[in-house]
Design a protein around this ligand. Structure first.
Ligand SMILES: NC(=O)c1ccc[n+]([C@@H]2O[C@H](COP(=O)([O-])OP(=O)(O)OC[C@H]3O[C@@H](n4cnc5c(N)ncnc54)[C@H](OP(=O)(O)O)[C@@H]3O)[C@@H](O)[C@H]2O)c1
Length: 275
């Protein structure tokens, strides 16, 4: 069981949603936190919230698609806190649209934020997290566990992180490093509103109604549990796991049919046309 008191954590995507709430929770639990994302103003607000709960945080404006900036964020943690125990990679960007017709540059951008952003931070943090026998945690998605139409590229970026972290879970066990993943369904954050459309611009259309949108705090609970208990994975909601198992047992045929109806190409084309 990890004790958070006195540990040093680095959270990417800390300016909004899940990353911001995770940073504040870690601060409340006694961690000193490096807050990494691009928007300095919003990071400063989160730093204020960390201090309100009695914690200590440092703002490091970081674009996770730039390897040098990820290295600098890690170096700031070491320079100010002398150690790095926990890295939570939350920075993410969604893209909604059928693959056929989606702009190549938009797909590359999503991959750079979601996959390479996590990879760079993991690479630079690793020597320090090894020293502290700490934790590396990435926030993926249920669409990184189960292929979903209209989320082909976003899902692929999350499958990539899932694959990377599953391998690291095995490789780094020998070094005493815990590696875990949290894969949520829809969570109540601005992510869906900010999703890119097939043309690479913020999708102006309303996203399809979600079956249910889960509170941010429930997602943070999962992240904290994964770190505290050094678990390899948590899904939100928990019942996604039995559903995924049933889906596999049925050879994914029923699941494909349900998802195909829920995210049909016609609707996507209408949305791309801006109706
Ligand atoms: N909300 C959901 O329904 C949901 C479901 C499953 C998985 N997730 C995953 O959860 C994670 C957190 O998302 P969220 O829901 O909290 O969304 P959010 O509120 O939109 O936050 C996204 C965060 O990513 C940061 N970010 C984006 N591009 C970046 C870049 N190039 N460099 C550094 N930071 C960058 C943003 O900060 P700046 O703009 O300041 O850089 C922001 O802090 C993401 O990985 C997302 O894919 C979310």
């Amino acid at each position: 069981m990890t004790n958070f008191q006195g540990r040093a954590a680095l959270v990417t995507g800390a300016s909004s949603g899940i990353g911001a709430a995770t940073a504040v929770r870690l601060a409340r639990l006694g961690c000193r936190v490096v807050l990494a994302a691009r928007n300095r103003e919003r990071l400063e607000e989160v730093r204020g919230r960390c201090e309100e709960v009695g914690g200590h945080a440092r703002v490091v404006p970081t674009d996770v698609t730039e390897a040098d900036q990820c290295r600098a964020a890690v170096e700031t943690a070491i320079a100010h806190f002398g150690r790095l125990d926990i890295v939570v990679s939350c920075a993410g960007l969604s893209l909604r649209g059928y693959f056929d017709g989606t702009d190549l540059a938009a797909m590359e951008r999503v991959m750079r934020v979601n996959f390479f952003g996590t990879l760079y931070m993991t690479q630079f943090a690793l020597p320090h997290v090894k020293r502290s026998r700490g934790s590396l945690v990435a926030v993926t998605s249920l669409v990184g566990k189960r292929a979903t139409p209209a989320y082909a590229l976003y899902g692929a970026s999350k499958f990539a992180v899932q694959g990377l972290y599953e391998a690291l879970h095995i490789e780094l066990k020998h070094d005493g490093v815990h590696v875990g993943v949290v894969a949520p369904a829809f969570v109540d954050t601005p992510l869906r509103r900010n999703a890119l459309g097939p043309d690479g611009r913020p999708a102006p259309e309303r996203p399809p109604e979600a079956f249910r949108i889960w509170p941010v705090d429930m997602c943070v609970d999962c992240i904290i549990k994964v770190i505290a208990k050094r678990k390899r994975e948590a899904l939100l909601p928990w019942f996604a796991r039995p559903l995924l198992l049933i889906d596999q047992l049925l050879d994914r045929r029923l699941g494909d049919r349900i998802l195909d109806r829920r995210f049909p190409p016609e609707r996507e084309k209408r949305q791309a046309g801006g109706d």
